[in-house]
Ligand binder design. Sequence first.
Ligand code: FEO
Ligand code: CA
Ligand code: CA
Ligand code: CA
Length: 580
Amino acid sequence: LTAAKPASTPFTFKEIERGSDGTHHVPDGYKADVLLRWGDPIFKDAPDFNPLAQNSNSQSQQFGYNNDFIGFVSMADDRGLLCVNHEYSSTRNMFPAAQRIKKDKARIKTEIASQGTSIVEINRVNNRWQVKRDSALNRRITGDTPMNISGPAAGHARMKTPADPSGRRVLGTLGNCAGGITPWGTYLTAEENIDGYFGGKLDKAHAEADNHARMGVPDGRQDWHYADDRFNVSIAPNEANRFGWIVEIDPLDPNSTPKKRTALGRFKHEGAESVLAPDGRVVVYMGDDQRGDYLYKFVSRDPYNPARPDPDLLDHGTLHVARFNESGVDWLALTHGQGPLTAENGFNSQADVMISTRLAADALGATSMDRPEDVQPHPGNGRVYVMLTNNKNRSDANDAPLRTAVNAANPRADNVFGHIIEIIEPEGDFAATRSEWEFLVKCGNPNDPAFGALWNPATSKNGWFSAPDNCAVDPRGGLWIATDGNPKSGAVDGLWALETEGLGRGTGRAFFRAPIGAEVCGPRFTPDGRALFLSVQHPGEDDDTTYETPLTRWPDFDPGLPPRPSVVVIYRDDNAVIGV
Ligand code: FEO
Ligand code: CA
Ligand code: CA
Ligand code: CA
């Protein structure tokens, strides 16, 4: 695995202006094409999108809703697979009023089919990527697709349900936020906000009550428990234990069964970007995206052997959680039998530690963070970039409870703008259990002292942002940050380049502006750096919009069509490498 050294040539594109309107914007000399929209058919005989008559059958043959993570698996110079997450469905924005019936089974089944992931072959023809609709590799994985459970929690009593007495077979993946592509070319998809899918009531004395409460289960906001008993915790109290994992998918084999890798822990997984340590072990960095929750890294037991790859490498290894102080980061092992993770404290096996990862990390004294989103290792400089999106509940009161008081790595009370931490792994050893760290930026407006922001003074009025969420390292080593919540700073969400090296370190530069209401996710470059894929999620939506009242009808601008979450692909007009 090779990786570019950190970018020594600064970014040179002409910044776009701050602002807000109904469409997207790229710098002069660039162009953005819409590649895949919610509802686009991705199989030869799939039905066309009809927003007034969607059903689970049509939706399961079309690109899903609310695209988030984007992976690119290269098959040849001009041929690759896009691996795209569909994070969540939204009844009020997806369906016209007549179909927004609270307990309607058919509508809920359509939503289940709109989630999960899409795998779509794309080909480059005349310097432009296009969807190969009849590719045999195209695949939809939904909230109902059968998958296996593997690793330490597989088959455990807490994983068994009325529908699955084996505890090894589950239907679907949900809440798929970010993810990663492994060094062996598989697709990791992260199950994040799974609490909303589970409703019903659980007795406080029930054995799962504490752990479910720590995950926010049952929340019930999606109403799915009215349509399918497995989402009702009163009937299937263990079903929620089968969500909140990292799922590994082999995108090159459309008949393969996805696997939930329980060795990587169970929490509200934002993403799962991986890198090889110098000794060949794989290291997966993961955030738990909730206010006050933690940062994790998994280190495989065995090295990755490209000559004879172990398909189940991710079933064995050690999950660690981060404890920060002023001088460094300690990575604490979540291993049964060590420290407090014993039967006296309710952890009877490694399965218990993994199913109740948050409780185990609480017991170890992990550092509560300002909502860890994407975590990106940079193989070229041995550093790791941690997006801490915001945390309005952070307090500077000395007597605040442990998980809400400010700390060295999360120093701002009422941190509505977020910050980015750079972890320095000793001599590039990503498997290390002691690391150093620094702030890269503290987000918000550098010209207003009230923000408490920290940027390189070279950052222009367009170059600062807030609420970092997803990030990417381009093939020449440059860092890019996508936001979800920048409107709190008075402008729409977008994508920024961010210098990490030399005198320019900490300088932001605005590259892409989303249409109003959208967040930007999934930045992903092709290996040649000449195309950049972005997810535009929930365009035209705010807390009050419905199908009938969107803020924009991007990207079709057709009065008969709702706005559609879409993947865009960006090129330079001269088809050269993006960013420089
Ligand atoms: Fe789904 Fe953490 O954003
Ligand atoms: Ca999102
Ligand atoms: Ca995210
Ligand atoms: Ca987010």
